[in-house]
Design a protein around this ligand. Structure first.
Ligand code: NDP
Ligand code: GDP
Length: 321
């Protein structure tokens, strides 16, 4: 039986990846932080909370990371744990660098010592491209991160490449563009919008305050993206892959579509407030996933309009209860 360790198993991607690996017959061990809230909500929502072995895991703590590897001896490691919200990274730049940047390096270093033959997936991000001058972006596009989160992910990405080259470790990076789902955190713009559209429709909320409506993203569906993570670790050779849909849409288009789904005109409810703007923003991202399609056979199944329908429908059901 193949054993996988998923760091960040309580997050959006961790939950979908755990489900995928359990379906494939893996033993799945998940690293969980101790905190006061219901950390297992997403695993419970997918009906797999009982099937994932949970261990206390903290990326800030090298000895803990190392002990977990010694105890689990995973064949595959998926490093999904991170302070993953760009907005908060401006408020907590040092903490974000510690967890999202140095945390990844702690894991690679512990793996080098304890499980050097384990295959590792590193969750890199399109935020590394940041201020882009070419579109669409692929694996050769230069990085110009625009936030402490983007900078930390770039550090982690180069650390992964360095450990691959220096120690011949099987570390692959998915340069993933934004991916969303019904399990997405409500602080991210997509889920903030679909939840608000549902709540306004149901009379539970009257307004929605957003920031930059002109920002453009390449939004895909998280369950499709975790499939790509697994595919990367089934290859003989480690590599980096852009994972994206190849379509780009603005935040305004997202709002308009979600509100149309509940038969409302967004203009009556949505404002753009300076308080929601970031000190620096990524204006436009669009990925070219050709390499992943050719080398891994990966093709995104859910695109923009279907994604919004899935998310808004789920929020209507949730909020209507
Ligand atoms: P989430 O924010 O939903 O999940 C992050 C996970 O990391 C949570 O389980 C969280 O635990 C855990 N975590 C945070 N800090 C620590 C820490 N110090 N030690 C151990 N665990 C920690 O992110 P997603 O699932 O959306 O994303 C997964 C990964 O992919 C992240 O690294 C993200 O940056 C990256 N990524 C995501 C993209 C997206 O669009 N979703 C795009 C590109 C990259 P807890 O539940 O306790 O908070
Ligand atoms: P990101 O791409 O990882 O930063 O994902 P987000 O969902 O947080 O943000 C996507 C884009 O939406 C960014 O350009 C934000 O500036 C923009 N945006 C506009 N209004 C909001 C808002 O109210 N919340 C968030 N999170 N983002 C917003």
């Amino acid at each position: 039986m193949t054993t996988a360790l998923i760091t960040g198993v309580t997050g959006q991607d961790g939950a979908y990846l755990a489900k995928l690996l359990l379906e494939k017959g893996y033993r799945v061990v998940g690293g969980v932080r101790r905190n006061g809230r219901d950390a297992l909500g997403r695993l419970t929502a997918l009906g797999i909370a009982e099937q994932v072995e949970l261990l206390p895991f903290e990326l800030m703590e090298y000895t803990n990371v190392r002990h977990v590897l010694e105890r689990v001896h995973p064949d595959e490691i998926y490093n999904l744990a991170a302070q993953s919200f760009v907005g908060v990274s401006f408020e907590q730049p040092l903490y974000t660098s510690e967890v999202t940047g140095l945390g990844a390096l702690r894991l690679f270093e512990a793996a080098r010592v304890v499980t050097p033959r384990a295959k590792i997936y590193q969750a890199s991000s399109s935020e590394m491209f940041g201020r882009v001058t070419v579109s669409p972006q692929n694996e050769t596009t230069p990085f110009h991160p625009r936030s402490p989160y983007g900078v930390a992910k770039t550090f982690a990405h180069y650390s992964a490449v360095n450990y691959r080259e220096a120690y011949d470790m099987h570390i692959s990076c998915g340069i993933m563009f934004n991916h969303e789902s019904v399990l997405r955190g409500t602080e991210f713009v997509t889920r903030k919008i679909t939840r608000a559209a549902a709540r306004i429709k149901l009379g539970l909320q009257t307004r929605l305050e957003l920031g930059n409506l002109e920002a453009r993203r390449d939004w895909g569906h998280a369950p499709d993206y975790v499939e790509a993570m697994w595919l990367m670790l089934q290859q003989d050779t480690p590599d980096d892959y852009v994972i994206a849909t190849g379509e780009t849409h603005s935040v305004e288009e997202f709002v308009k579509t979600a509100f149309e789904f509940v038969s409302l005109n967004w203009r009556g409810y949505v404002t753009s407030s300076p308080g929601q703007l970031r000190p620096a923003d990524v204006e436009s991202l669009c990925g070219n996933p050709r390499k992943a399609t050719t080398a891994l056979g990966w093709v995104p199944q859910v695109l923009f309009y279907e994604l919004i329908a899935i998310m808004t429908r789920a929020d209507l059901q949730r909020e209507g209860k």
